[in-house]
Design a protein around this ligand. Structure first.
Ligand SMILES: Cc1cc2nc3c(=O)[nH]c(=O)nc-3n(C[C@H](O)[C@H](O)[C@H](O)COP(=O)(O)OP(=O)(O)OC[C@H]3O[C@@H](n4cnc5c(N)ncnc54)[C@H](O)[C@@H]3O)c2cc1C
Length: 485
């Protein structure tokens, strides 16, 4: 029997466990143990119901166009719980000097593609609009190496587009800093478009022209986001009930990892040290933030640990506030707003949850979810709850003229939970892959590598499980059969 350890019980580790469980059911001679430092599974995913409202401490949904999450839910028998976002009401605003200005219609990869909405939007000055027109005719030369998303946007469209569009979108979605995030890692399509067309506007218009001919299944256009009716934790619960009883170890932080001497007879390749003691495994999946994997690998492969430890992470806070719906009458229609850094506020984004998803907030109630923190704002996490609430209520009053006090407030802190793909990220990850290839039986999963979204983490978990299974299989075939004398 081959033994595989999974370290980390977030969605990446759980996806790996489910993939191993399927292999076991299919007859593979394998068992697994999942070690989770905390007292519950799910990692940054955590949902609860307060006053009849579904509240998300971490992710509230996933991008529909990335299929791994919905596929996993269907496989686990909770496909009927998938809930599309209410895209008929999808409108997002940007705060400009305390006023909400709608994002122009027709944005693709953060680039405006529709002439009229871009020409008439109050988001950009005349100077920026003329600059966009000029970019069509006289695009800048393509970059020869990786650069930040802000640097690329600046070359094409100028500073105002960075400040009022790209920076708020990236901080509201990734908790990230546009001046640090790698365009090649975060927006590879933009790089390809620049290489092909030089002008991003020209590239977007060409893509839009092609779109109607592209093969798309008949029926309504899929929603942009998908969630689960009872909260994202449904996915976590649905995996955990499928796992072999006893295979999940909670309150079990792994504090030591070792590689065993391959020459020793009967020895398995890896040793895992946790509150459960020292155990031997044939393969190990590290489904952890990169900094946590770096800590465990430092004595095994120093360059690998250095590369992993160099992936920056940002911290964030979500604050969810419940109101009577009538108290939110002044809210404009839409999903919420983003706050540019240049507005010098603590809030990065606010979602009108009752408008984004139908049926997660009872009739007559309203729910606002505010996002704070992000790159370079870790100190905010140490503020006490009362102060964070006071800051937010003041900012909501100044932006929305909202004076009503919420019926309840829920605050969730995520320390170093969101990986930031800085300039040079792709080279860093290639180095990580090369080093891991030299450590048979080791696989990595999580949000540090190929995307930070829930579907990306699921994919890396499944991929890590496949790689661990291949490694133990290779070991089985390489072990000479005992000979009778
Ligand atoms: C506030 C917030 C909002 C987000 N919103 C969205 C969204 O709307 N849509 C979307 O697609 N994505 C979103 N994301 C991103 C996405 O949720 C995460 O990238 C993803 O859930 C990470 O999953 P993971 O399993 O890789 O890591 P984690 O969830 O961080 O899990 C890692 C686990 O490892 C455990 N661990 C750490 N060290 C050890 C150790 N030594 N031994 C044992 N266990 C250990 C931790 O306790 C944790 O449970 C959001 C992230 C955050 C923080």
């Amino acid at each position: 029997m081959k033994r595989i350890a999974i370290i980390g019980g977030g969605i990446a580790g759980l996806s790996a466990a489910w993939a191993l469980e399927k292999a076991r059911r299919a007859g593979q001679d394998v068992e697994y143990a999942l070690f989770e430092a905390g007292s519950r599974l799910g990692g940054v995913i955590g949902s609860e119901v307060v006053d009849g409202c579904v509240i998300e401490g971490g992710p509230d949904s996933f991008l529909t166009e990335k299929p791994a999450a919905a596929q996993l839910c269907r496989e686990l028998g909770i496909g009927d719980q998938l809930l599309p976002s209410n895209d008929a009401a999808r409108k997002t605003y940007i705060v400009v000097r305390n006023r909400l200005i709608p994002l122009p219609d027709g944005l693709m990869f953060m680039i405006p593609t529709k002439l009229a909405p871009t020409a008439f939007t109050r988001l950009f000055s005349l100077g920026t609009k003329l600059r966009m027109a000029r970019e069509y005719l006289f695009p800048p030369a393509p970059a020869t190496q990786d650069e930040s998303v802000a640097a690329m946007t600046l070359r094409h469209f100028g500073q105002e587009t960075v400040d009022r569009l790209v920076s708020p979108l990236l901080s509201g979605v990734y908790g990230g800093d546009a001046t640090q995030l790698s365009v090649r890692a975060v927006l590879p399509r933009m790089v390809q478009m620049e290489e092909r067309h030089r002008s991003l506007t020209r590239a977007m218009l060409a893509a839009r022209k092609k779109a109607p001919n592209a093969a798309r299944p008949a029926g309504p256009r899929p929603s942009m986001f998908t969630t689960l009716r009872g909260g994202m934790s449904q996915m976590v619960d649905a995996v955990s009930v499928q796992l072999v009883p006893g295979s999940v170890r909670l309150d079990a932080p792994v504090h030591g990892l070792g590689r065993n001497d391959a020459r020793a007879e009967q020895s398995r390749a890896w040793t895992v040290e946790s509150t459960y003691g020292r155990e031997q495994f044939d393969a190990v999946i590290l489904a952890l933030p990169a900094w946590a994997s770096a800590d465990l690998l430092r004595l095994i492969d120093h360059p690998l640990a250095e590369a992993l430890g160099g992936v920056p992470y940002s911290s964030s806070i979500t604050v969810t506030m419940g109101y009577e719906r009538a108290e939110l009458a002044q809210l404009p229609p839409g999903f919420g707003f983003l706050v540019p850094v240049i507005e010098k506020r603590r809030m990065l984004a606010c979602t009108f949850v009752h408008a984004k998803f139908a049926g997660r907030v009872p009739e007559g109630k309203g729910l606002l979810r505010c996002f704070l923190g992000g790159a370079g704002n870790d100190a905010l996490l140490d503020e006490e709850d009362g102060r964070i609430t006071r800051i937010l209520l003041q900012e909501l009053d100044e932006i929305l003229h909202l004076k009503a006090l919420p019926n309840f407030v829920r605050i969730h802190r995520s320390r170093r939970g969101m990986a930031q793909y800085g300039v040079g990220h792709l080279e860093r990850i290639q180095l990580v892959r090369d080093r891991v290839a030299g450590l048979p039986g080791l696989a990595l999963a999580g949000n540090a590598y190929e995307g930070i979204g829930v579907p990306d983490c699921i994919r890396t978990g499944q991929g890590a499980a496949e790689s661990a299974l291949r490694a133990v299989e290779a070991e089985t075939t390489a072990t000479p059969a005992p000979t009778a004398h």
